[in-house]
Design a protein around this ligand. Structure first.
Ligand code: NAD
Ligand code: UGA
Length: 458
């Protein structure tokens, strides 16, 4: 049994909560505490209704909460007792001042660093779990090690690669765990201590150790590469629609090249989520700040292509619905940015809804997990919006359905029943290519997939 260790995580969000639950589950020798300034969030983590939906999360939390996993608002006490402190606070895009709309807003990070310094009475390892601009550790070092009390803090970068909807699976069986540190004896000792935690369940060969700047930059690069694949296939989807090629067939043919691989080539209405936009824009900002304008333009185009794909989706709806949706009821199937999560941050559904409302459509939103967040996202937006848990009711009297999230439940609906309750001609715009398009067409729908020829009724 390894030596007991006290682990603290500051930030009980989508990353902090699940990651610490799995560490506690797999490391019985670790006492893991998760703290947050948001008392409601902590109360939810301590209740039967966790603050986030993630398949498998409830089971893990139920197993370890109160055993070696604790949720608390007592940040000072947590810091005092910890040997290793993970910081997974939010690092959103700055919406003010210099770098507005691009740079990462590091105010939460810096506050946390100062809090760690103020409440520490012994040396600690501080782990960057949040996604941060490359070279943030330098600032952290300066803040933490500027103390005159003889305390020494070793900053380690351990970016998180989990995806929402599969977070528990990703954490339990990661492709890799990346841990970067300064290449000094103390730095290497610190990164080994963090590696030892993961080694309780992750094979050593999947734990990558690197210098700290490589670890910080690899996280931004990994998200940029993933998003770039989606923008690449989405750009091809537009070409497919005008050439009678089929984007799924093209993606399959391209992805069977083992050098390219099949994953992340699913054409869609666009990528969403809290990180792809913000991390690429941050990469763009960093490149620009080093004078690397071509690098900045290159990565910026990935986001621009995504914006274009989202706007194009609505333009296609309009063009095929006789150039007007004013007063027409339109059912949006799905509002989450992807299936199996209630998270709606940067969801393409937000853009689609706003554009439809700008064209005076009556928008009805249905989603199995994201209606509360949808209500929050659209608070104060002008126009006619309804929220309806039942997809059959959402589609009643609608002129069109737009599938915006790839929830399995939408594949299994009775579309004959749905068609009977809709206005004619009835349209389906499948922004995720998950439905059986031929069958919908045979039922009587006009079907518009992404990156495929439409199936229009005569
Ligand atoms: P989140 O907004 O869900 O959670 C962040 C939490 O930090 C919030 O609960 C907030 O109250 C808390 N917080 C902020 N300042 C604090 C402070 N001073 N003291 C204590 N708590 C504080 O964010 P998230 O989605 O968990 O993301 C966190 C970081 O992880 C981000 O940098 C993100 O880029 C990165 N990341 C996210 C994902 C993901 O799937 N969501 C995946 C990989 C990496
Ligand atoms: C992504 C990365 O996959 C994680 O590795 C990373 O840790 C995380 O961002 C982060 O840093 O926050 P996440 O955003 O949760 O994870 O979900 P993804 O599965 O990557 O999907 C992102 C978006 O791309 C979704 O809107 C999804 O529907 C879309 N997507 C994904 C496509 O349109 N096509 C695809 O082929 C794959």
């Amino acid at each position: 049994m390894p030596n007991p260790v006290n682990v603290l995580c500051i930030g009980a969000g989508y990353v902090g909560g699940p990651t610490m639950a799995v560490i506690a589950d797999r490391c019985p020798h670790a006492r893991v505490t998760v703290v947050d300034i948001n008392a409601d969030r902590i109360a939810a983590w301590n209740s039967d209704t966790l603050p986030i939906y993630e398949p498998g999360l409830d089971e893990v939390v139920r197993r370890v909460r109160g055993r070696n996993l604790f949720f608390s608002t007592d940040i000072a006490c947590g810091i005092r007792d910890a040997d290793i402190i993970f910081v997974s606070v939010n690092t959103p895009t700055k919406n003010f001042g210099e770098g507005c709309g691009r740079a990462a807003d590091l105010q939460h990070w810096e506050k946390t660093a100062r809090q760690i310094l103020a409440n520490s009475t012994a040396n600690k390892i501080v782990v960057e779990k949040s996604t941060l601009p490359v070279r943030t550790a330098q600032a952290m070092d300066r803040i933490l090690n500027s103390n005159t009390r003889g305390l020494r803090f070793e900053v380690v970068s351990n970016p998180e690669f989990l995806a929402e909807g599969s977070a528990i699976r990703d954490l339990e069986n990661p492709d890799r765990v990346l841990i970067g540190s300064h290449e000094t004896p103390e730095g290497r000792r610190a990164r080994r201590a963090v590696a030892d935690l993961y080694a309780s369940w992750v094979p050593r060969e999947r734990i990558i150790e690197s210098n700290i700047w490589s670890a910080e930059l690899s996280k931004l690069a990994a998200n940029a590469f993933l998003a770039q694949r989606i923008s690449s296939i989405n750009s091809i989807s537009a070409l497919c629609e005008v050439t009678e090629a089929d984007v799924d067939e093209v993606a399959y043919a391209v992805g069977t090249d083992s050098r390219i691989g099949p994953r992340f080539l699913k054409a869609s209405v666009g990528f969403g989520g809290s990180c792809f936009h913000k991390d690429i824009l941050n990469l763009v900002y960093i490149a620009e700040s080093y004078g690397l304008h071509e690098v900045a333009r290159y990565w910026e185009s990935v986001v621009r292509m995504n914006d274009w794909q989202e706007a194009r989706f609505v333009r296609r709806m309009l063009a095929n619905m006789f150039n007007t949706v004013a007063g027409k009821r339109i059912a949006l199937f799905g509002f989450a940015f992807k299936a199996n999560t209630g998270d709606t941050r940067e969801s393409p559904a937000i853009v689609v809804t706003r554009q439809l409302l700008a064209d005076h459509a009556h928008v009805v939103i249905t989603d199995p997990k994201a209606l509360d967040n949808a209500r929050h996202d659209l608070a104060g937006v002008d126009g006619h919006v309804e929220f309806e848990a039942d997809p059959y009711k959402a589609a009643e009297g609608a002129h069109a359905i737009a599938v915006l999230t790839e929830w399995d439940v939408y594949k299994e609906l009775d579309y004959k029943r749905i068609l009977e309750s809709m206005e004619r001609p009835a349209f389906v715009f499948d922004g995720r290519n998950i439905l059986d398009h031929r069958r919908l067409f045979e039922l009587g729908f006009n079907v518009f997939p992404i990156g495929k020829s439409p199936l229009k009724q005569p």
